[in-house]
Structure formats: structure tokens, C-alpha cells
Design a protein around this ligand. Structure first.
Ligand SMILES: O=C(O)CCC(=O)C(=O)O
Ligand SMILES: [Fe+2]
Length: 508
């Protein structure tokens, strides 16, 4: 599937609105004495009315909250919902509310988004099941972990034991058994009877077995068998685990070690960003630049974040609120799942990098052409033909992020860059404000760049001699609350030989 509800939050927003509209209309119809089928009736009756009245400052709040988005997708991915929506549509005729409903993959991947967010931000699962986003922070100074609330409690956004069990199962299926155990442990701690206790234990044991922690797995199977000595399935599972251990491993490969290690590189910066923003943001240091004649009338406000190797500059107010909106609506119809590029120049889906994006050439759209030229004016570089990449517009998905990477093409697939030269400069424009998460971080520089609406981040990927700057590697932190939109213009080397000539020394 190349689009999905989990891979762009804007789709969840639209789903939320479609559902809200449908429920409102049906309730009105019923209150006027209209008759509806049982399915439709029980659906609107069980719809939580507080979802009809979101907080005034964020009408899309339930799509912007990770638990809200998960619950919405869960509710509407149930098989009978298609029929329910069809019935509602027949009653109402106009306006058209029928939308493509989420499917099993959307549900699975929105559960996995919760796994990722929990992992990256060290979220407290006991709080998350009550709709509260709370980070667990362990500091060297104190033995007791501290809890820092990012959002308040939300009684309408609660997860039950079947949700946490499902989320644990999804984590294990996506080869993150360590996270799976955390979620199952919640079930174990909240088990209210023998059956649920045994069920949680057997899931935990099987996860340990997958992680090749065989002794631990055996001990937990034995604990479960003591509670439920006649459970034949448990015996069979225990047997399987012993056979696997004897064979020296498991059939399924616990693969994400590499992915998780790469995640760990930027994780502490992502956590720090959210923690800093719980406290008031620090003041910014700006200066005005007039590097190009086009900027004499309206100079750009420029903030140097890193002087060299690589040079990183934040330009403030490069677009207006209206232009940000036009960017978003121009990009959306072209959206497809963003693919990652491996070291050999092949594309693949990275389950830890979730966004959708679309690319638009300057010639295709006059607004985009105008924005490209503005990027040219701001950077003093050529963004026009013949050597240019189309503008890219992104919206991140649930827990959407981008794993750390370098924007230039490495040696291995230089052939891809032969026509236009390598990606010399990345110009990243923030099209909205993200409530929590979504910062761009530079692990080698220990630097967090905040997402500031209408501002742009300029990243130098190559030095003036065209050498790669590996310290430019960066990651986009997972979106914790809100929705993240960006536009990116990658500026190539060719066509800019005279605008950005070699420096006086090779390392400039
Ligand atoms: O938007 C972000 O957070 C970073 C995106 C990025 O680095 C890229 O697409 O090259
Ligand atoms: Fe990048």
C-alpha cells in the first residue's frame, strides 16, 4: 500500500472530520424521529460525545493525539463500519461523507506507532493507557526515575487490556520483542483473574524465547504452568520453546537490532527537545542578511546554528501563513509513502521512517516555481533548470519520523547524481508548528533544531570543494503530538559552480 491512514496524519484529520460530520447528521436525523438500523444506532450511541466537542484551540485534537488517532483507526477499521457508513450516507444523501475506511494494515501500523513513540520517548505505559503522555526520565543524580507530563489526562482516550495485548503482539510481529514485553507486562500487572494472568505470562515467555533469553522463557512458562497445570496449549508452547533453544535460536530473526541502534543515536536529542519545550523556549539570536539584491526590500532574518562543518542556518519568516497553507494543499494530492534509500541506491520501506510526500516541478505549478525562486534568492544559489530537483512536500504519519541519514549521495550510488551533481544544500521549510516532537537533530553535533513555523533550516551537505560532510547527518524525531508538514528543496552542485566557488582552502 503506498498511502495509508498511519503514514500521513492529514489523512487521520480528514477521517476524524468525516466521522464527526456523519455522527452529527445521524444524531440530528434520529432526534427528528428518523428510523435507523440497529448497527448504525448502536454505533452513534457508543460514539463518545466529547469527540463532537474538541478543545477550542485544536479542533483536530483527537487526530493529533497518538492514542486518539489509534482509537479512531481502530473504531473505523472494524469490518461492519463500511455498512454503517453506507447506511448513514443513504439517509443523508448530501453532503457526501463516504470515505475510504482504514484497514487492518492501518490498525497494525498505528499500534506500531505507539510502540515506536513509547520506545523513543520512554513513555510511561501506565499513563498512556489513560490518554496521558508522560516521559520517564532517569538522571544520573537520582535513582528514582522522574515522570514528566507532556499532556494532561484524557478520560476519553483510554486503552483497555485488549489494546495493550494487541500492541504487544504487533511489537513482536514487527520484530521488537523487547517492546512487546513492556506492553505485555502492563497486562500482567493489571490481570484480574487466572486466565488473563496465564495469557500474559505465556506471551511474555514467548517473547523472551524469540530474544533467545531461553532460561528466562522457561522460568516464565513454568510459572504459568504452576497456575494452570492442565493448560495443554501452554505445554505445547513450552515444548516449542525448548526445541528452539536446543536448535540454538529461533526461526524468526530478531532483526531490528541495527535499526534500534541507529535510533538510539538520535533518541536522547529527541527526548531533550520535548523536555525543553515543556519548559518555555529560549530566546533566539537573529541577524538580518542582504546577501542577494532580492532581499534588500525585505531582508531575511537569519540565525546561524552551526558555523561550519557543516554550516547550519535558520531563516525566519521565509513564507507567510497563507503560503504555508498553499504549500500543504499543493503537496497533498501527490502524496505517496516516502521511501528510504539504502547504501546501494535501492529504495525500500523503513518501518521506523513514516511519512508521505509528493514532488512538484517548478513548471507544473506557478506557486511552487515562485517558492523555488525564493529559495534561490535566500541562498544566493540557482534553483532553476537545468540542474534542479523538484520541490518535495511532506506530512509525517503517526509517530512519524525519519531515521538519521545524510542528504548527499554516498560513493556507492554516485551514478544517480551524475547528471546534476550531488545534493549540496538542503533547504527545509517548516509549514506548520508541531505540538511535541518532530525536531530535526544532528547527533554528531549534539544539536537540536526546533521546528519553527514559516522558518527554514539550511543544511550544508558538501563543503565548497564538493567533499561530503558526514557530520551533516540528521534525523527527524517522531511526531509525539500534532502533525508535521515540511517542504524540502535539495540544491544540486551543477549550475552553482560560480555562485558557490571553491574556498581558499580545500576544507572550506
Ligand atoms: O523533515 C524532517 O524532519 C527531515 C527530513 C529530511 O531530513 C529529509 O527528508 O532529507
Ligand atoms: Fe535529510
Amino acid at each position: 500500500k503506498d498511502i495509508g491512514y498511519y503514514s500521513a496524519i492529514v489523512r487521520v484529520e480528514r477521517l476524524l472530520l468525516a466521522e464527526r460530520k456523519m455522527v452529527g447528521k445521524v444524531k440530528q436525523y434520529i432526534s427528528q424521529g428518523g428510523q435507523v438500523t440497529g448497527d448504525l444506532r448502536s454505533y452513534v450511541d457508543s460514539y463518545d460525545d466529547s469527540w463532537l466537542h474538541p478543545p477550542r484551540d485544536d479542533p483536530l485534537h483527537f487526530a493529533h493525539h497518538p492514542v486518539g488517532a489509534y482509537l479512531l483507526i481502530k473504531r473505523l477499521s472494524q469490518k461492519h463500519m463500511k455498512g454503517v457508513f453506507q447506511q448513514a450516507q443513504d439517509l443523508i444523501e448530501k453532503p457526501n461523507i463516504l470515505v475510504e475506511l482504514p484497514d487492518k494494515e492501518d490498525l497494525e501500523m498505528s499500534a506500531f506507532a505507539l510502540v515506536r513513540l513509547q520506545l523513543v520517548y520512554n513513555l510511561d505505559i501506565n499513563s498512556l493507557v489513560q490518554g496521558q503522555v508522560v516521559m520517564t526520565v532517569t538522571s544520573p543524580q537520582s535513582a528514582v526515575p522522574q515522570h514528566i507530563a507532556v499532556t494532561g489526562m484524557e478520560p476519553t482516550l483510554t486503552l483497555d487490556l485488549s489494546d495493550t495485548m494487541f500492541i504487544g503482539d504487533v511489537a513482536c510481529r514487527q520484530n521488537d520483542s523487547e517492546s512487546g514485553i513492556l506492553w505485555y507486562n502492563f497486562n500482567l500487572a493489571s490481570a484480574d483473574g487466572l486466565n488473563s494472568r496465564v495469557k500474559a505470562l505465556s506471551r511474555i515467555a514467548s517473547a523472551h524465547s524469540k530474544l533467545k533469553q531461553h532460561e528466562k522463557a522457561f522460568a516464565i512458562y513454568r510459572e504459568a504452568l504452576e497456575l494452570d497445570p492442565d493448560n495443554q496449549i501452554l505445554y505445547a508452547d513450552y515444548d516449542d520453546a525448548m526445541r528452539l533453544a536446543a536448535l540454538g535460536g529461533t526461526a524468526a530473526d530478531e532483526a531490528p537490532a541495527k535499526l534500534k541502534a541507529s535510533l538510539a543515536k538520535s533518541r536522547h536529542l529527541c527526548r531533550l527537545d520535548v523536555l525543553q519545550n515543556v519548559a518555555p523556549r529560549r530566546g533566539l539570536k537573529c541577524r538580518y542578511v542582504r546577501d542577494s539584491p532580492d532581499l534588500y526590500i525585505s531582508p531575511a532574518k537569519m540565525e546561524v546554528l552551526h558555523r561550519k562543518n557543516p554550516r547550519l542556518v535558520m531563516y525566519h519568516d521565509v513564507i507567510s501563513q497563507n503560503e504555508a497553507r498553499t504549500f500543504r494543499s499543493t503537496g497533498f494530492p501527490k502524496f505517496r509513502r516516502t521511501l528510504a534509500l539504502d547504501g546501494k541506491g535501492r529504495v525500500y520501506i523503513d518501518i521506523y521512517s513514516v511519512s508521505e510526500s509528493g514532488s512538484i516541478r517548478d513548471k507544473e505549478d506557478s506557486f511552487i516555481g515562485k517558492m523555488s525562486r525564493r529559495v534561490g534568492h535566500l541562498t544566493g544559489l540557482s534553483t532553476g533548470p537545468p540542474h534542479t530537483e523538484p520541490m518535495m512536500v511532506f506530512n509525517f504519519g503517526l509517530g512519524g519520523a525519519i531515521q538519521h541519514h545524510k542528504d548527499y549521495m554516498a560513493e556507492a550510488h554516485k551514478y544517480q547524481t551524475a547528471l546534476d551533481g550531488n545534493r549540496m544544500i538542503t533547504f527545509l521549510i517548516y509549514l506548520n508548528e508541531v505540538e511535541a516532537g518532530g525536531a530535526v537533530v544532528f547527533p554528531d553535533l549534539d544539536l537540536i533544531t526546533p521546528a519553527v513555523q514559516n522558518a527554514a533550516l539550511m543544511i550544508e551537505n558538501l563543503n565548497k570543494s564538493g567533499d561530503n560532510l558526514p557530520r551533516s547527518q540528521h534525523a527527524g524525531c517522531p511526531v509525539l503530538i500534532g502533525s508535521k508538514w515540511t517542504a524540502i528543496k535539495y540544491i544540486r552542485e551543477f549550475g552553482n559552480e560560480f555562485k558557490r566557488p571553491c574556498g581558499l582552502t580545500p576544507d572550506e
